[in-house]
Write a protein that binds this ligand. Structure first.
Ligand code: ADP
Ligand code: MG
Length: 339
């Protein structure tokens, strides 16, 4: 019989990090969520070489107090919940206190942050889970986090990454979802130093869609606002005549989180039955709001799958809301556009 050992702290940390950090896009998602939770109104994310070489996020949120910076990098350290009871009513995107610890164990991380009460900014470095020091710095209130050389110390993980371009596309998708789910925040996205877009942050979903998905897509979108008492469905859908050749332009959000969900997709597409040719797909940005206890968002820390307590109620609500949107005069028949 082989001896049973408790793994050393470093090895255990790397295994735990693997749960959260799969690729650059997972880092981007966690950093974006933290900036949103910090109340930022302006967020800039830049990715170099698909985010493998570097991901940097600049926000104008609350900042982290200098005396707590090192704590933020301890696993299960969070300012967002305090007790088990809090798990029942979570109002932030994060709450596990795992992201920064995970990221710092598989990359080189620099944080430059300042709160309103701090006179100076604080610059903190951590690499492969090892602290590299802290010094005073300068910046307005908010936080800049720079993550470099992802997986530099875990070659096995590195091997599973795709080409820079593909990883960059995953990162771009992540920023896009953040921008669509938070039209009240101005998002700027740069890829290899080149600005891809800026959303105005004026709270209007249509203008966020225009900025990130382009004029062609944003044109003629039909507003959705309906559902049932418990299931509120809002957003924008393409008119049947602007149908597309793939599902690539379907974006679903549940209680503010981007999700992949077959029920919502089926309800959306069913609502177009009879107005659209087979093999064509509507485009949509659909937000579903429902009581938190009717949905399990906690299936996996990094994944976007969710479970609804009552799938058929969700289907009905989405179907009805989209049907009503399509009944608007002028929504029209399919013109078989490509895209
Ligand atoms: P969680 O988001 O689950 O709390 P994280 O590991 O992502 O865990 O972050 C740990 C803590 O660090 C957060 O609870 C928060 O207090 C702080 N933090 C992280 N990023 C930011 C940021 N951009 N602005 C302000 N505080 C931050
Ligand atoms: Mg977080």
């Amino acid at each position: 019989m082989a001896e049973i050992r408790v793994l050393d702290k470093h090895t255990a940390e790397l295994i735990a990090a693997g749960e959260v950090v799969e690729r650059p896009a997972s880092v981007a998602k966690e950093l974006l969520e933290n900036a949103i939770d910090a109340g930022a109104t302006q967020i800039t994310l830049s990715a170099v070489r698909g985010g493998i070489q570097q991901l940097q996020i600049v926000d104008n949120g609350s900042g982290i107090e200098a005396e707590y910076i090192d704590k933020a990098f301890i696993r299960h350290a969070t300012s967002k919940i305090a007790t088990a009871e809090d798990l029942g009513h979570i109002h932030t995107l994060g709450f596990r206190g795992e992201a920064l610890a995970s990221i710092a164990s598989v990359a080189r991380v620099e944080v430059l942050t300042r709160t309103e009460t701090d006179e100076y900014a604080c610059c903190y470095r951590i690499e492969g889970g090892e602290e590299r020091g802290m010094e005073p710095g300068a910046r307005p209130v908010g936080t800049t986090i720079t993550v470099s050389d992802l997986f530099y110390n875990t070659p096995a993980r590195m091997k599973f990454l795709k080409k820079d371009a593909s990883e960059g596309t995953f990162v771009a998708e992540t920023v896009l979802h953040a921008a669509l789910s938070h039209p009240e925040i101005s998002f700027r996205y740069l890829r290899d130093g080149k600005q891809q877009y800026v959303t105005p942050g004026d709270g209007d979903l249509r203008s966020a869609v225009y900025a990130v998905l382009g004029r062609e897509f944003a044109r003629d979108l039909l507003p959705v606002d309906g559902g049932s008492e418990l299931y509120h469905v809002t957003g924008l859908v393409t008119p049947p005549r602007a149908c597309r050749a793939s599902r690539g332009a379907q974006h679903f959000f549940v209680n503010g989180r981007y999700v992949k969900n077959r029920t919502m997709m089926a309800a959306l597409e069913n609502a177009y039955k009879g107005t659209m040719m087979q093999g064509k797909f509507p485009g949509a940005v659909l937000m579903l709001e429902l009581p938190p206890d009717m949905v399990d968002v906690n299936v996996h820390p990094a994944k976007t799958e969710i479970r609804f307590a009552k799938e058929s109620d969700v289907f009905d609500a989405v179907y009805r809301a989209v049907r009503a949107a399509l009944a608007t005069p002028g929504s029209g028949e399919c013109r078989f556009e490509m895209g």
